[in-house]
Ligand binder design. Sequence first.
Ligand code: ADP
Length: 246
Amino acid sequence: MSPVLQTHGLVRRFGGFVATDHVDLSVAPGARHALIGPNGAGKTTLINLLTGYLEPSAGRVELMGRDVTRMPQHERVQQGLVRTFQINQLFMDMTVLESVALAVSERRGLGTRWWQPLAAQGEVIDEAAAILERLKLLPDAHETTRNLAYGRQRLIEIALALALQPKVLLLDEPAAGVPTGESQELFETIAQLPRDVTILLIEHDMNLVFRFAERISVLVSGALLLEDTPEVIAHHPRVKEVYLGE
Ligand code: ADP
C-alpha cells in the first residue's frame, strides 16, 4: 500500500547547521509508527516540517500522494494531517464535552454559533460524545478540564485532534509529565484508536514506544539511521550504540 505520509530528501538547515539531513520517511496507512532518537536528533524539527510550521530547505512532504510541501498548516489539517494540541492550549474552564464540541463545530464550519440551530447542536454533541467514548473520557464529560488529572487532560489534547478527523495523527510525547501508572493507561487508550487514523509518535519512554509501535524510525544527527520493527531496532548494535549509549 502506498504511504499515507512520506518525505523525500527532506532537509532543514538553521544557518550552517543541518537539523534535518535528507530524510526519506515513509508511514504506511493505519500504521503505529514511532520516531525515536537522542536529544537534539531532530525529531521536533521533522514534525514541524511535516505540519508546515517550518519550511524545508530542500525536499518534499507528501500526504496521501499529494505534495503538501508548500501548503500552509491549516490546509494540511483540513487534508487530514493533525498534530495534537498542547496542554496550554486547552480551555481549562470549559467542561470536557464543551471543549470537544467546540472543536467539532469549528471543523464543521459552525464556529462558535454551534448552540444556535438545534439540529446541528445535537449532531455536534453526539460527535463529541463519540470521541470522548473512544478515549474513555465519557465519565469526565461534564467535568471542568482544570479539575482533571494531568493524564486525563493530555487525553483531551488527543480528543481535540480527533475532532478534526485526522487521517494522520502526530503525537508529540503524549505521556510527557504523566505519572507512570497513568501513562500506561494513556497508551492503552491510544493503541485502541481505530486504524483509519494513522499514528506517528515521538516518545522518549522506550518501554512505551516498544509496546506501542509496529515500525520505528531512528533519527540520529538529523538523518534517518534505520527503520524497522521494534524487535530489530531493540537489538540493533548501532541503535544501542548511538541511542541507548551502550
Ligand atoms: P529533538 O526534538 O530530537 O530533541 P530538535 O529538532 O529539537 O531535536 O533539534 C535538532 C537540532 O536542531 C538541535 O541541535 C537544535 O539545537 C537545532 N535547532 C532546532 N531548532 C532550531 C532553531 N530554530 N534554530 C537553530 N537551531 C535549531
